[in-house]
Every structure is written in C-alpha cells, then in structure tokens.
Design a protein around this ligand. Structure first.
Ligand code: MN
Ligand code: MN
Length: 316
C-alpha cells in the first residue's frame, strides 16, 4: 500500500462506523497535495420537478462506505496510483441561484489551479455549467461524454437561462465545448417539441438515443466514442436519470426504458484512455430512494470514474 490517502477499511472500522466522507477517505488533504479531488456540490434550486438533489452528496457518501479500493473487473488500483481525497463541499447559496453558480465556478477554478482532476457529486445538473466554465478556463473547450435521459439543451426553462435543463446550450454558446467531440448517450422520453434533439446534432454532437442501446453491449459504441473524442481533454457528466428508474428511482425527472447499470459500467469503463480532466455524477435525490439503491449505484459509478482517470495503474 502506498502512502497516498486510502479509504478506511472495513476491518479497521466497521462499515457502519467512522466519519462518512466518500469511501471514508481521510478528508485531511490540501489541494496542493492531491491528484484528484472528490467534491460535493449540494445544490438543487435549478430543478424543474422533484427537488432534493441538494442531499445527494451526503447520501452518496453514506452508501460509498461499502466500496473497497480494488476493482476486481478491470484490476484498477486508483488509490495506489493517485492521491485522491474527499475535499468536502462547495458552500452554495441556498437562496440565490446566480450567486451559487459563481461560487461553484470559483471553487473549481481554485481546485484546477493545483492541477487536479475533479470528481463532483451533485447536486442537480445545473452545476455542470459553472464546472465547465472552470474546465474551459483551464483546459480550453473540452470534449464531453454525457449520460442522461435528457439532452439538457433547452434555451430557457420558465423563462430562465440557467436551470438544470439548459447547461449544455449555455456551454455551447460560451464556447466551453468542442461540439464534434461531444456524445450524449441514453436520451429518450417525451419532448417539448418534435425536433428537441436536433439542436444537439446541429452542434456536431453525436446523440445516441436509448433505443440504439437497448438489448446490447455498449462496448462497440464506446470504441467509436474513443475515436470521436480523440486525444484532447474530455469531461464526463453522468446524470443518474440516464439509468432506468428501476435501477435508479431516486431522482427528480425519471424517464422509463433507460440504460441498465451494466451498460453504465460499460460506458464508464469505455472511457479508459481518454484524457479525462473532470467527472460528475448528478441528480441523485435521496428522498425518492427508499432503499438507498440509487445512491449506492451513484457511489459505484463515481468509483468506476476514479478507475479510468489518467495515471491509474492496472494490476496484473
Ligand atoms: Mn441532466
Ligand atoms: Mn436528466
């Protein structure tokens, strides 16, 4: 075992004990000492329907106590490879959306100044806009792997430019994304208009509607995605409602007939080799998650993201 920050093991402290940081990491590191920051963004005032994603980071941390450090499928050893810690939460302003957006950008800019990769726990999907602002300021326009039931490219919601259904439209307008290096996977359901998904395609995005994913492995898709996204910086944004509500009911705007948990693993594991500069997992709303399964799934997906970051060593 290296002297990197390590998750507290279940043989040192029972899994129902200890302080519930992500995977019970020590949460004592300074950004300058880290390669990767796991950071909570408790924010849900951009939500259009059921609120509650502000409680996502805490619930994900709670379910993450079950995770062990070594990936038995891919043999990734993220905590031996990289200095990873839970750096706590962004102090969002629960009374002011615009102020919260500014606070999130500033918080991520500060983390990125230290050369970190950030892995964010939302929060509703609004948070990806201020995060992408920080990413583009550091790295220039980024490619994007976006898993979601929704394209989140509305111009406005209830007349508002910034909400959880608009971040990728704003990101394009602000030049934060490299359009031909964007893929949206799992989109489905009902639209405000018949041409709802066309705006994405007009920006050069590849839009993979969920029907293309049904009944099949997504390994071949991800080989194409790796070719599409190439060598430049990539951001991975995973809205938990991309999964079917039978796997992930604890979210604000569920849509039926979604991705399976297995397909989500294939997507994340298929990102290995991309130059990931940041990731997020958003839209977990624990109050609709009676069993904790949504938060447990989210915690596992975040762990799998850690396993595909640049610099991770895979044991033989
Ligand atoms: Mn979304
Ligand atoms: Mn969504």
């Amino acid at each position: 075992m290296s002297d990197n920050p390590q998750p507290l093991g279940g043989n040192e402290m029972p899994r129902f004990g200890g302080i519930t940081t992500f995977m019970r990491l020590p949460a004592t590191s300074s950004p300058e000492d880290l390669d990767v920051a796991v950071v909570g963004v408790p924010f849900d005032i951009g939500t259009s329907n059921r609120p509650g994603a502000r409680f996502g980071p805490r619930a994900i941390r709670e379910e993450s106590v079950l995770l062990r450090p070594y990936n038995m499928a891919t043999r990734a050893a993220p905590f031996d490879s990289l200095r990873i810690d839970d750096t706590g939460d962004v102090p969002t302003n629960p009374y002011n959306l615009a102020d919260s957006i500014g606070r999130i950008t500033a918080h991520f800019e500060e983390l990125l100044r230290h050369g970190l990769v950030t892995v964010a726990m939302g929060g509703d999907h609004t948070i990806v806009l201020p995060i992408l602002r920080a990413m583009a300021a550091e790295h220039g326009p980024v490619g994007l792997v976006h898993i979601d039931a929704h394209t989140d490219i509305n111009d406005t919601m209830f007349g508002e430019k910034i909400a959880h259904g608009t971040p990728f439209r704003r990101a394009v307008e602000e030049g934060l994304l490299d359009g031909p290096r964007v893929v949206q996977i799992g989109v489905r359901g009902t639209g405000y208009a018949a041409d709802d998904f066309d705006w994405s395609r007009e920006q050069g995005f590849r839009v993979v509607q969920v029907e293309e994913c049904w009944h099949r492995s997504l390994d071949p898709l991800m080989a194409e995605v790796r070719d599409q996204l190439g060598a430049g910086p990539v951001y991975l944004s995973f809205d938990i409602d991309g999964l079917d509500p039978s796997f992930a009911p604890g979210t604000g705007t569920p849509e039926v007939a979604g991705l399976t948990t297995i397909q989500a693993l294939e997507i994340i594991r298929g990102c290995r080799g991309l130059d990931l500069v940041g990731c997020d997992l958003v839209e977990v709303a624990p109050v609709y998650d009676a069993s904790g399964a949504t938060s447990l799934t989210a915690a596992n997906m975040l762990y799998e993201m850690l396993c595909v970051l640049p610099g991770v060593v895979y044991r033989q």
